[in-house]
Write a protein that binds this ligand. Structure first.
Ligand code: PEP
Ligand code: MN
Length: 339
């Protein structure tokens, strides 16, 4: 349930409500807005008598049930979009953040060339997999810690922030040491042990939508991370499985405005994995801006034909530069509409 405190509610009153919520068997999460404080009480069921008792407590304006199955990530709990800080970069503040880089970190030259190129074109975050979730066990599995070290070196040389995938619970600590944002891949969206562990991490998480996950399942997975203590979660729509085989997946563009209706978490679009086709990345990047995404993740490789993974969907640096150039008017238009 949600307990909306009066604008002039005291700290004592807020603490008292939190105690009552605990007595009733829920966990209180205090959300401080600019005008008032809201306390979300999450747990099994929202009992009517509990709501009635809280309604009549001092300092409480109103109390009502949360109707959605996901709670803390729901718009019902927090209307304003959550802005996620990564040092000087903010994701979810109305701007448009671009993450770019190779599918896999392959080596020093490949990564530094790519990092410098995407930074020069205006990307703010470098992507690159050091642990790769490959469909076949015989495919390249990633450089592991060596890859993480290269990402850290690329950050040092370019000033880009780093996002990279964490595959399992055992890897969380090590990946969190090197990365600025931890990525949960589509294949791990419902790895609940991993999600719970990421709740304890102090760094932002980007959760990719599962291959066949519904929006409800997607948001419930995000809820796992948030309810275990980490509110800094962004979502990534990366295409879902449909009957269509002409593209690798089907980009669910409608998911973006829908997610913006349902949740306050920022939403990123990955047109590279969504389509599997380089030529489709640029038009869909424009769609990402138009449809209200908070950012973009795209794969870039200096020589896609030589890439160890996902070459056909990787942009060449000059193609990435063109995409960034063409995106700017769309970003400006959106900015003007907001002002
Ligand atoms: C990736 O971004 O490196 C990746 C493997 O994507 P996904 O989990 O969306 O397939
Ligand atoms: Mn890839």
């Amino acid at each position: 349930m949600i307990v909306a405190m009066q604008a002039d509610a005291t700290e004592e009153q807020i603490n008292h409500i939190c105690d009552r919520i605990r007595e009733f068997g829920y966990a209180p999460h205090v959300i401080r807005g600019t005008e008032r404080t809201v306390i979300a009480a999450v747990g099994p069921g929202d009992k009517k008598e509990h709501i009635e008792q809280l309604k009549s407590a001092d300092g409480v304006e109103n109390a009502f049930p949360i109707l959605q199955p996901f709670k803390l990530v729901s718009k019902e709990v927090k209307k304003q979009k959550s802005a996620i800080r990564v040092d000087e970069i903010t994701i979810g503040d109305g701007g448009f953040v671009v993450m770019a880089g190779p599918c896999s970190v392959e080596g020093y030259e490949q990564l530094m060339t790519t990092a410098k190129a995407v930074a020069a074109s205006g990307a703010q975050i470098l992507r690159g997999g050091a642990y790769k979730p490959r469909t076949s066990p015989y495919d390249f599995q990633g450089l592991a810690e060596e890859g993480l070290k290269l990402l850290a070196e690329a950050r040092r040389q370019t000033g880009l922030k780093v996002i990279t995938e964490v595959l399992d619970t055992e890897g969380v600590e090590l990946v969190a040491e090197y990365a600025d944002i931890l990525q949960v891949g589509a294949r791990n969206m419902q790895n609940f042990a991993l999600l719970k562990k990421l709740g304890e991490v102090q760094k932002p998480i980007m959760l990719k939508r599962g291959l066949s996950a519904t929006i409800k399942e997607f948001l419930l997975s995000a809820e796992y991370i948030v309810t275990h203590g980490n509110p800094n979660v962004m979502l990534c729509e990366r295409g879902i499985r449909t009957f269509e085989t002409a593209t690798r997946n089907t980009l669910d563009l409608a998911a973006v405005p829908l997610l913006n209706e349902l949740t306050h978490l920022p939403v990123i679009i990955d047109p590279s994995h969504a389509t599997g086709k380089r030529s489709l990345v640029r038009p869909l990047a424009k769609a990402a801006v138009a449809v209200g995404a908070d950012g973009l993740m795209t794969e870039v490789h200096p020589f896609p034909e030589l890439a160890w993974s996902d070459g056909p969907q990787s942009l060449r640096p000059e193609e990435f530069a063109r995409m960034m150039h063409e995106l700017q008017p769309y970003i400006n238009l959106r900015q003007n509409e907001m002002n």
